[in-house]
Structure formats: C-alpha cells, structure tokens
Design a protein around this ligand. Structure first.
Ligand code: SF4
Length: 233
C-alpha cells in the first residue's frame, strides 16, 4: 500500500485544481506561450547539456556557458573527445565545471550507446524516457522532466526552487523537491504551462524574500498569506 505521506488528501487536490484554473485564466500575465514556443526547438543533446549546465546556477550564466560550448562544438558528441581542460574553461562561468563536465560526458555517452540517433529517446513513452534519463548519473527527476519537456515536447511538471517554494507556501505539500514532484505533479493537467507560469510567478511575485502577496492571484488559497494576515504582518 502507498504510504500516506505520498498521497494528497482531497482538499489539497481541490486546491491544485483551483490554482490551475487561475493559471489558465491569467496565463497572459507572463510571456508563458512565447517561452514555450522558443524552448520547443532544439537538438536533444543540446537540451541535455543545457539542463546539466543549469544546475545550481542562474539562467544567464547557464546561457553564457552553453553559448561558449556551441561556438566551439557543432555537435555535443565532440565533447567526448575534446580536451577536458578546455571544456572546463568554457563552462567555468556557470560553476562546478568539473562536476558538470563529468555529468555531461556520462549523459552523452549513455544516450549514444543506447540510441543510434539521440532523438529516438523522444520516441519512448514518457515513463520509459524518464526512467532512462534518471538512471544517468547527475540527472535527477527535475532535470529529466526539463529534458522531456523542452527536448521532446512531453507535457511534464519539473519542480525547481520557485515551484517548490510556491507549492509549500500555498500549503499543498512540503518536504523535498523530489517529494513535491512525486505527489503534486500527477494532479496538474496542464503541466508544462503551469510549471512555466509558476517560475515567472516565483521570480516576480512569490519571491524567496519579501513575497509580494498584495499582488498575488493565489492569495485567497494561500496558507502562508492567511497565516501572515492572522499574525498581523
Ligand atoms: S500569497 Fe504570497 S506567499 Fe502565497 S503564493 Fe502568493 S506571493 Fe506566494
């Protein structure tokens, strides 16, 4: 039997449904569709590399590191034979360059060993592709979901720092990002759209410090807001 902590009660599922209705009705608040259109294109290995570069850094620094690689390597498979010291310098800007290079090489190696054409990864079912990606060293559930969404066009719900913060504050779930992903993600029907909306919302309104609750479209359903009102913040 599934553990109780891995199941959301009916009230929380209803809360997700309300939050998702708000997201759909307010999606034009942020450039969600433009973001999705822009991200859907691209070579799967490019997306894998970019996703690994994005771990523990900002989008801006990730993009600089990725552009450095793209200028040097037309095909990311060339990294497997490249001089490691050179690649480390190209990606140093986004932090943890040696760790990230090791992960990038291991991911590319595993993908090309399994698929003659890396794009065939996207022909697997979403669950099989997810299992394969998370079996690669350095690719956790969030990275796998990002790759499946932006590399293959699957509808997924990656849980990053912004998404997990909002989900916790709303009072839907707590605990680690992995746990939140596991129990919350199945209940979002428009997964990637909701994910992108929540990222923008986390950057602009539900910020880590000083959330701007007075501007928030979710506030009547938010435990953090209700509690802070009761405490007279
Ligand atoms: S009401 Fe405040 S804490 Fe709650 S989701 Fe909105 S900004 Fe975040």
């Amino acid at each position: 039997m599934a553990k109780k902590e891995n199941i959301l009660d009916r009230d929380k599922v209803r809360k997700i449904q309300k939050i998702e209705r708000i997201i759909l009705s307010k999606k034009d608040m942020y450039p969600v569709q433009e973001f999705l259109n822009r991200k859907k294109s691209g070579d799967i290995l490019d997306v894998v590399v970019k996703t690994i570069l994005s771990q523990n850094t900002s989008d801006n620094l990730r993009d600089i590191a990725f552009e450095n690689l793209k200028r040097r390597f037309k095909d990311m498979r060339e990294i497997l034979r490249a001089d490691e010291a050179e690649v480390v310098e190209l990606i140093r800007v986004c932090g943890l360059p040696r760790v990230k290079l090791k992960r990038i090489k291991s991911a590319i190696q595993r993908i090309i060993e399994r698929f003659e054409n890396p794009e065939e990864l996207c022909k697997l079912t979403k669950d099989s592709a997810f299992s394969f990606l998370t079996s690669i060293d350095g690719i956790g559930p969030k990275s796998a979901e990002v790759i499946l969404a932006f590399g293959c066009g699957f509808d997924t719900f990656p849980v990053d720092t912004h998404v997990s913060r909002i989900i916790r504050r709303l009072g839907i779930a707590d605990g680690s990002r992995e746990k939140i992903y596991r129990i919350v993600s199945p209940h979002f029907k428009n997964k990637i759209l909701s994910h992108v909306f929540l990222i923008y919302h986390g950057r602009n309104v539900c910020r880590a410090r000083n959330p701007r609750c007075d501007l928030c479209v979710f506030r009547r359903y938010c435990d953090y807001f209700m509690k802070s009102k009761g405490e007279g913040f």
